[in-house]
Design a protein around this ligand. Sequence first.
Ligand SMILES: C[S@@+](CC[C@H](N)C(=O)[O-])C[C@H]1O[C@@H](n2cnc3c(N)ncnc32)[C@H](O)[C@@H]1O
Length: 231
Amino acid sequence: MDEPPVTLARADTAHGEVALRRRGDVLELVVDGVFAMDTVDTSTEVVLATEALGRHPAPRRVLVGGLGLGFTTRAVLDDPRVAHVDVAELAGPLVAWARQGLAPELAGLEGPRCALHVADVAAVLAGRAGPPGPWDLVLLDVDNGPDFLVHAGNAALYRSPALATARAALAVGGLLVVWSSHRAPGLLAALRTVAEPGDVVDEVVLTVHREGRDLDYALYSFARAPLPGGG
Ligand SMILES: C[S@@+](CC[C@H](N)C(=O)[O-])C[C@H]1O[C@@H](n2cnc3c(N)ncnc32)[C@H](O)[C@@H]1O
């Protein structure tokens, strides 16, 4: 990882600069000056998808926010039970680069089963932008976690009003899962405040070995109660 990065593309947006950089074999995404992710270890981005998919009996419609380098979305598309994935991504240039296939990691996502939308996922969940819900799965990975934001404006996403809105965007029996690069007790507590009888909230800690250290990442999930009788 000592090689200097080569910038593949960069662009200014209303939410700051977005840049894609290559460092050797590793692809990096920087959003508004904040390291958003790289391809050194994408296991937890994939587990965000597989954990949610494994807990739903029939995940036909899925919303992913945001696109990043496409690992969560690709893992969702690998499940043949999924009929359609909507991806909400705030950075328009990143969506354009994915459509152009600027980096192989991002290429070929959009198609009959997958639509990329340039939108704030909070607005999509509230029905103010993008495709309409409800979704069987809503997978959120728009920050490094509730306590390490990419955009300060995302703070509201992890508070009770927005979480209640996200609950309402779930189909009956649907699941919301939030990725975090750290344990986030505040998010766990906020999810519990919006839970209704029969809903289930939990935390899964994922330990990742990176650069000589063990790091505790976490997934926070909220399962909306199924209809009585399993409907
Ligand atoms: C860490 S990356 C997502 C990584 C992705 N899970 C993957 O597998 O590659 C975060 C992405 O969320 C986007 N983003 C940040 N805030 C957003 C918002 N409010 N709505 C939609 N996308 C957002 C960023 O531009 C960035 O592309």
